[in-house]
Write a protein that binds this ligand. Structure first.
Ligand SMILES: [Ca+2]
Ligand SMILES: [Ca+2]
Ligand SMILES: [Ca+2]
Length: 240
């Protein structure tokens, strides 16, 4: 057995984190985390309508990535105004802003003003040090629901550039050290502390070996490790 230590991570991506309310009348559109308000536009259900400065949001925990994709279908109900928009946030970061013109849409439902469903695909970078995000849809209309409203459905969250997070304490606590797809060669040379827990998304393999641990055998982890007994690399050497 060669006397080397290494960490090697095999990333498979994109990783699907979440999808919800995908079909015309999906049962999971009802009473989910975004909103318990469900509208129906000519048989197509959606979350909403919401208006003025109402928001809907959902918290995602234990997600690690440097880059994400968020897709959803926006519904614009009963508006032909040029000054109304919807902003999408990931935590405090604005990741999308959507405006429509008075000519967008056709009247399909509710009162006689224009309605529209449109798919949106957002790709965005996210700070590597975070392990959760709150996605918020913030609708900006200046008139009440009797006049206009926003809705949304077909939510998909994917990790486009996944990361693995190593922690100095059990249960993902303490200091954090991150390796992301695309940067592992640079980062794996300087391991800063003993690992007590590792956050690993589905589909990622983390391989570690050190002559002093587990008889020098390679350990392969394919799911999160909540409390490792001990794994402190003295120094990194390139995989032999
Ligand atoms: Ca209006
Ligand atoms: Ca309408
Ligand atoms: Ca308006």
């Amino acid at each position: 057995m060669p006397k080397v230590s290494f960490i090697k991570i095999v990333f498979f991506y994109p990783i699907l984190v979440y999808q919800n309310c995908m079909d015309t009348r999906s049962a999971d559109c009802y009473n989910n985390d975004w909103s318990n308000k469900v509208g129906d536009c000519a048989g197509n259900i959606f979350l909403g309508p919401f208006t003025l400065n109402e928001t809907i949001s959902r918290q995602f925990d234990n997600v690690r990535g440097a880059r994400f994709g968020f897709n959803f279908t926006i519904a614009k109900i009963d508006s032909w105004d040029p000054n109304d928009f919807l902003i999408v946030f990931a935590d405090e970061i604005e990741i999308g802003k959507f405006w429509y013109t008075p000519a967008d849409g056709v009247d399909m439902c509710y009162v006689q003003y224009l309605d529209l469903f449109a798919e949106k695909q957002i790709k965005f970078n996210f700070p590597e040090g975070r392990s959760s995000m709150k996605i918020t849809l913030d609708g900006n209309f200046d008139e009440p629901l009797s006049n206009e409203g926003w809705g949304a459905k077909r939510f998909i969250l994917q990790i486009l550039q996944p990361c693995v997070a190593f922690y100095s304490d059990c249960n993902f606590q303490g200091e954090v050290w991150t390796i992301c797809s695309g940067n592992q060669t640079n980062h794996a040379r300087d391991i800063p502390f003993e690992f007590k827990s590792i956050l690993i998304e589905n589909g990622i393999q983390v391989k570690m070996r050190d002559p002093r641990y587990y008889g020098g055998q390679t350990q392969t982890y394919t799911s999160s490790q909540y409390c490792l007994s001990s794994y402190q690399f003295p120094k990194y050497k390139q995989n032999a």
